[in-house]
Design a protein around this ligand. Structure first.
Ligand SMILES: [Zn+2]
Length: 385
């Protein structure tokens, strides 16, 4: 067990570091890193790598063909013989195209640091960097190896990074995800809905709407009936939602529509509800005789169930209390890479990053005074797990 004063010790070390933390955040934000612009993202990757190199840890740049390169940083106590692994996970890509800085520059005002990607989630990377620095300075003997992974495609679904995230998670005893926390009190995200998308294409038979209606099979009518049925699967109490995002069909007036299509957003809070929703979708059968249905898609990110976060959250809460910080938790409807690690059954704590607001908007900011305590909390978790 770890010294009860440790979180306070880390906080004492980190508080005076705030100006330095903000300097690093400024550099990270000034290196724009949209998920879909590899050259810009690679540049940002280099800027982030330099900061970790300066802290004298092992930094590997994992080259990517179409996305920004990933960074893997490894640290273990000098004394060696650490067994097991702790995994700190996050992404440096943002949803803002290059050039956004011109309208939305990095600036500090009223205790907030504004700029694209400050909150989601470059301040989280800064906090992890300074957590590591505090661990090294305080000479705490780590029980486990720590692996930090910074990816570049979380905002677009983590297709390129998923395998690597899952491989590292399987080797780990716990995963700490530095996605933004929720609300002004900085709630951790101990449950996240699973997220998916499905497409339903209906094929009917075209015919003249006036001369031969009996020969046609209207794909729009069929789709409308299917959607009316699908809508009844919504169960807000259980956290199950299915939303029609897009609907289209038909070609022109006077023609019985031969084809219609809908795209659905799928969400569920538990793995069993996720499976049930997928089963129901694939069990849809035509209501109009002669119509054909083609169903594709499903969940991309499974739910992060609370039971996977509970133990780590309890530990985080008690460590925060030692710094006189009261830590709360919440459930959110959106997914992150924490959903991927949690689905493997590896204890995962998400939303450990910055406190702020306005992700993915021109108001995006972090509350700067919270940064040292959040970094201290992460350091204490890494020292005690
Ligand atoms: Zn994020």
């Amino acid at each position: 067990m770890v010294d009860a004063n440790l979180p306070k010790q880390f906080l004492r070390l980190l508080k005076p570091r705030l100006p330095e933390m903000l300097g690093v955040l400024r550099q990270f934000v000034n290196a724009e890193s949209p998920s879909l612009e590899k050259a810009a993202a690679d540049h940002c990757c280099g800027v982030i790598a330099d900061e970790w190199w300066k802290r004298d840890v092992r930094v590997e740049r994992i080259a990517q063909k179409h996305r920004g390169d990933f960074l893997r940083v490894t640290h273990s106590s000098d004394q060696g013989n650490s067994s097991g692994q702790l995994f700190v996970l996050g992404h440096y890509d943002t949803v803002y195209a290059t050039g956004t800085l011109a309208k939305m520059p990095f600036r500090i005002s009223g205790g907030k640091a504004y700029g694209p990607g400050t909150f989601d989630m470059k301040a989280g990377i800064v906090q992890a960097l300074f957590a590591l620095q505090a661990l090294k300075q305080s000479n705490v003997r780590l029980q486990k190896r720590i692996v930090f992974l910074w990816t570049s495609d979380e905002e677009i679904g983590s297709e390129a990074s998923r395998k690597l995230i899952e491989t590292e998670a399987r080797r780990s005893d716990a995963v700490f995800v530095l996605e933004p926390s929720f609300g002004p009190r900085g709630l951790l995200k101990t449950a996240r809905k699973g997220v998916g998308s499905a497409e339903l294409v209906v094929h009917g038979r075209a015919s003249h709407a006036g001369l031969a209606p009996q020969e046609g099979i209207n794909a729009i009518h069929e789709l409308a009936r299917q959607i009316a049925l699908i809508e009844t699967w919504n169960d807000l109490r259980r956290g199950v939602t299915i939303n029609s995002d897009i609907i289209e069909g038909g070609t022109r007036t006077n023609v019985i529509a031969e084809r219609a299509r809908a795209v659905f957003d799928l969400r569920a809070l538990t793995i069993s509800d996720m499976r049930k929703l997928e089963r129901r979708l694939h069990a849809l059968r035509p209501i109009h005789k002669g119509a054909h249905l083609k169903i594709s898609g499903g969940f991309d990110r499974p739910p992060l169930e609370r039971k996977v976060s509970a133990t780590l959250f309890a530990r985080a809460k008690s460590l925060a209390k030692q710094m006189k910080v009261s830590l709360g938790e919440c459930t959110v409807g959106g997914g992150s890479d924490g959903n991927l690690t949690g689905a493997l059954g590896v204890p995962t704590l998400d939303g450990l990053g910055a406190v702020g607001n306005g992700a993915h908007s021109s108001r995006e900011h972090v509350l700067i005074n919270t940064m040292p305590a959040r970094a201290a909390l992460l350091a204490a978790l890494l020292a005690s797990c």
